[in-house]
Design a protein around this ligand. Structure first.
Ligand SMILES: CC(C)=CCC/C(C)=C/CC/C(C)=C/CC/C(C)=C/[C@@H]1[C@@H](COP(=O)(O)OP(=O)(O)O)[C@]1(C)CC/C=C(\C)CC/C=C(\C)CCC=C(C)C
Ligand SMILES: [Mn+2]
Length: 397
């Protein structure tokens, strides 16, 4: 016999308490802490006489973190073979090497076009790392465009299956086009696991079939798929400082946290815009606990209830940013500045939501040019600071 049993653990159901908003970063210790302190309800799977809890999103994501961290340690994917460019790419008398350089240059152009500040930041990286990050950026952008771009209404689950097949092909050295060729080369040189890429495609599938999230556990998984994955993809390329004493998992957890923080911020910024597309990413149970419903969101009135609710959501996003900050200094020195810059800039969107009086229905929170300009040297200042000397704290987490 097997089935699912719902149980209630804690009598304290206070959605706005600090503890219930804690980032659920997936180290086993944190996981235990979270389940002890924050879970008010849970799902227990039972089969026969043995009962065991169904894994939370956090635990499932942590497995990917461990896998990626192990891969980095082993450096097992570093291959000696040169990239075998597929005959589907027209050669025009150019060598594979020329084509590859062209491919990377095109990725850089896309990056400069869509993400100027980030592009500028990458210029501080070594040429090898910089172009690898561009290649990853372009693949992520293209993946996102499938469900968010101008042709989104034509995208079907089958099209996403084809996109995933193309992904496995490029990981095996069979790229379809120039952008894929750049990524194919990157993943052959750096210890990048395919799983976060596949998971991002899964996030796009989720966007096709799901427009409501019952609780934070569901939302956490979505945020991992579409943004936490970016952190896991980027760190193997950006590199961890040789001086870092932190465990690889610690750094990957921070990278994951930055992706989650960014996506939560993105969701809070875009509440009105998403509602107009029939989408509500905010956790339904937390909305209900705050006395709010989808209708309140569709009506878009900034009430006291809404402000209270938003304060809690912003607090949680900030906690993920705090968790991420702990890992940035552990990265290679040249990679720290773009990461700090993107963290500080994205984090300020939360301040902008507050400054807009929590009206994220009709106003789009953004960071103005002056604030952006001030943030860049601040990011630089932070980037100069290297890995933490507090090794014990970081290693043992
Ligand atoms: C240095 C740096 C920031 C590197 C990452 C570069 C990279 C590969 C970015 C890809 C971003 C991308 C196109 C993702 C596709 C899905 C998506 C659009 C996610 C949203 C990004 C914001 O986009 P935007 O504001 O344009 O949103 P709209 O489409 O307009 O709605 C996300 C919110 C998530 C992006 C996630 C990150 C940038 C994760 C960053 C984490 C790291 C780089 C790890 C850093 C390492 C440590 C140790 C902290
Ligand atoms: Mn958005």
């Amino acid at each position: 016999m097997s089935g699912v049993l719902l149980w209630v653990v804690s009598p304290k159901e206070n959605a706005n308490s600090l503890l219930s908003l804690m980032p659920r970063i997936g180290s086993p210790r944190r996981s235990k802490l979270c389940s002890r302190l924050t879970f008010s309800t849970g799902v227990l799977a039972y089969s026969g006489a043995v009962a065991h809890p169904i894994r939370s999103s956090e635990e499932m994501v942590y497995e990917v973190v461990l896998k990626q961290a192990a891969l980095v340690r082993e450096q097992s994917r570093i291959k000696e073979r040169a990239l075998d460019l597929d005959e589907r790419i027209e050669t025009d008398g150019l060598s594979n090497w020329d084509l590859l350089n062209q491919a990377y240059d095109r990725c850089g152009e896309v990056c400069a076009e869509y993400a100027k500040t980030f592009y500028l930041g990458t210029l501080l990286m070594t040429p090898e790392r910089r172009r690898a990050v561009w290649a990853i950026y372009v693949w992520c952008r293209r993946t996102d465009e499938l469900v968010d771009g101008p042709n989104a209404s034509y995208i079907t689950p089958k099209a996403l299956d084809r996109w995933e097949k193309r992904l496995t092909d490029l990981f095996e050295g069979r790229p379809y086009d120039l952008y894929d060729a750049a990524l194919s080369d990157t993943v052959s040189k750096y210890p990048v696991d395919i799983q976060p890429f596949k998971d991002m495609v899964e996030g796009m599938r989720l966007d096709l079939r799901k427009s409501r999230y019952q609780n934070f556990d569901e939302l956490y998984l979505y945020c991992y798929y579409v943004a936490g994955t970016v952190g896991l993809m980027s760190v193997p390329v950006m590199g961890i400082s040789p001086e870092s004493k932190a465990s690889t998992e610690t750094v990957y957890n921070a990278a994951l946290a930055l992706g989650i923080a960014n996506q939560l911020t993105n969701i809070l910024r875009d509440v009105g815009e998403d509602a107009r597309r029939g989408r509500v990413y905010l956790p339904q149970d937390e909305l209900a606990q705050a006395g709010l419903s989808d209708d309140d969101i569709f009506q878009g009135k900034v009430t006291d209830k809404w402000k209270m609710f938003m304060k809690g959501q912003i607090k949680r996003a900030r906690m993920f940013f705090d968790e991420a900050e702990k890992g940035v200094s552990e990265l290679n020195s040249a990679s720290r500045w773009p990461v700090w810059a993107s963290l500080l800039l994205y984090r300020q969107i939360l301040d902008a939501i507050e400054a807009n009086g929590y009206d994220n229905f009709t106003k789009r929170a953004y960071v103005g040019k002056a604030k952006k300009l001030v943030s860049l040297p601040v990011a630089y200042g932070r980037a100069v600071i290297g890995p933490s000397k507090l090794t014990k704290q970081l290693v043992s987490r």
